[in-house]
Design a protein around this ligand. Structure first.
Ligand SMILES: Cc1cc2nc3c(=O)[nH]c(=O)nc-3n(C[C@H](O)[C@H](O)[C@H](O)COP(=O)(O)OP(=O)(O)OC[C@H]3O[C@@H](n4cnc5c(N)ncnc54)[C@H](O)[C@@H]3O)c2cc1C
Length: 417
């Protein structure tokens, strides 16, 4: 009995650790030859932090990330639209962490190697195709020299991300990811954290916005922390931006002029952009929801199943939760096709809704309401949107994304031990 995982990202590594915790043999094939800490900042919501803690990764997470304390939306005029506490400060039993995506992936990878041994991850091995049989599944991988390796297992889990080869075989007529107009530029800069010192702050309006939050603890000597930032502009979809690639580096001159006058006495946007060492460009894409993630003994998890706009900070969180829910299904139904269906029946409908909700701006849709009602010009937000309306909006989002505080705090562990 072996679980074959295609893709060693956040979903794939969490799947491997979960199988190991359950005593299920597992092997991960990752297409890149050498895993490196790529990407920029991401948030791990309390529902996913709970799962990582249940995998015994409390100290490791604490080491690489910082506990987020606040989530705030600020108008272009510098006035608060909304600010709410996050993590433990919001009453969750688990924190929310802001981390560097690459450091999270490397931390999970190192844990897999330590707990399962070096043979558990085969790098430079790209899934080419699979064949599902009644009693087993065959997955064909290709290494960097073009040689094929046939792996036979009980199930194949497609955790191969945005451009998933597993999904392409399962849904051959789907086509490329869909770009709806927004382009984001991401970078990190050493600077003094603002507001609570661990605040996620989004400034602007839907079509032009700037997000920043720290992803490291401040240096005790200088007070500087690594600040993750994202500058975003929305374009007409008739323009061409090419295939979305998380690692495409560009000069700041491509977008800096659009943010040149975004300076406040508490935040200097152009300065943050200018001081970044590297900037990545990413046209924000998603895919239409699918009617199934399962084909015989093969299932999709993470971005391969439901890549979504990163407006709710839940892509990585959901990848972690998927792996855990699938692990629980292995416990309930045994490792096989039935477990894959159990997992799908628990997740698919909700995730499909979340993909569409994020396409419609997710929690930051509030900024759309502000624009609609006052053109973004206000002194006191209460005159534009009553507090309870925003509260309801935010609660509905958290419920849909699986991190409503009471529901999460009262839920039993995903995997009972
Ligand atoms: C290099 C990189 C940088 C990123 N940077 C950011 C970021 O800055 N901000 C953000 O919000 N999100 C980023 N993401 C996306 C984010 O990691 C995911 O949305 C989220 O973590 C879900 O994880 P996942 O494991 O499903 O997918 P991913 O993290 O994308 O992992 C998929 C893995 O599968 C591997 N793979 C792909 N095809 C195959 C194949 N055919 N066979 C075997 N392996 C394959 C990939 O190399 C990758 O390691 C990045 C993803 C990558 C790969």
């Amino acid at each position: 009995m072996t679980v074959i995982v295609a893709g060693g990202g956040i979903a794939g590594m969490t799947m491997a650790l979960t199988c190991h915790q359950l005593g299920i043999p597992v092997v991960v094939h990752e297409s890149v030859q050498k895993l490196e800490p790529l990407g920029a900042g991401i948030n791990i919501q309390p529902n996913a932090v709970r799962e990582l803690f249940d995998l015994g990764l409390h100290d490791q997470l604490d080491h690489i990330g910082i506990e987020a304390k606040e989530w705030a939306l600020v108008g272009r005029n510098g006035n608060d639209v909304w600010a709410e506490p996050r993590g433990l400060d919001a009453g969750y039993l688990w924190p929310q962490y802001s981390v560097h995506r690459g450091q999270l992936q490397m931390m999970l990878y190192e844990e897999v190697l330590q707990r399962l041994g070096s043979g558990a991850v085969i790098t430079g091995s790209r899934l080419d195709h699979y064949q599902s049989h009644d009693d087993a599944i065959e997955a064909t991988f290709v290494n960097q020299s073009g040689e094929e390796l046939l792996e036979e297992g009980t199930v194949l889990i497609g955790a191969d991300g945005l451009h998933s080869a597993v999904r392409a075989q399962m849904h051959p007529h789907e086509g490329p990811p869909i770009w709806g107009g927004p382009v984001m530029w991401r970078g990190t800069t050493e600077a003094v954290p603002i507001r609570t010192g661990a605040s996620f702050v989004l400034v602007g309006k839907l079509e032009q916005r700037f997000v920043c939050y720290p992803i490291s603890k401040p240096d005790p000597g200088t007070g500087l922390a690594t600040i993750n930032w994202i500058a975003e502009l929305t374009y007409d979809t008739s323009q061409h931006w090419g295939q979305s690639d998380w690692n495409k580096q560009v000069p700041t001159s491509k977008f800096l002029n659009e943010f040149e006058d975004w300076s406040f006495d508490w935040l200097d946007v152009p300065e943050l952009i200018r001081k970044a060492s590297v900037v990545y460009e990413y046209p924000m894409v998603d895919r239409d929801p699918l009617d199934t993630w399962v084909d015989g003994r093969c299932a999709l998890i993470g971005d391969a199943a439901h890549v979504m706009y990163p407006v709710g900070s839940n892509g990585a969180s959901q990848a972690i939760v998927d792996a855990r829910v699938l692990g629980a299904a292995f416990v309930e139904a045994g490792v096989g096709a039935d477990a894959l269906k159990t997992y799908e029946s628990q997740m698919l409908a909700d995730m499909n809704q979340l993909v569409l909700r994020n396409r419609g701006a997710g929690p930051i849709g509030i900024l759309g309401l502000v624009e609609e009602r006052c053109g973004g010009v206000f002194d006191d937000i209460e005159d534009v949107i009553p507090r309870n309306e925003i509260e309801e909006y935010m609660s509905a989002y958290k419920m849909a994304a699986g991190f409503a505080v009471d529901a999460l705090n009262n839920a039993p562990p995903t995997i009972k031990r």
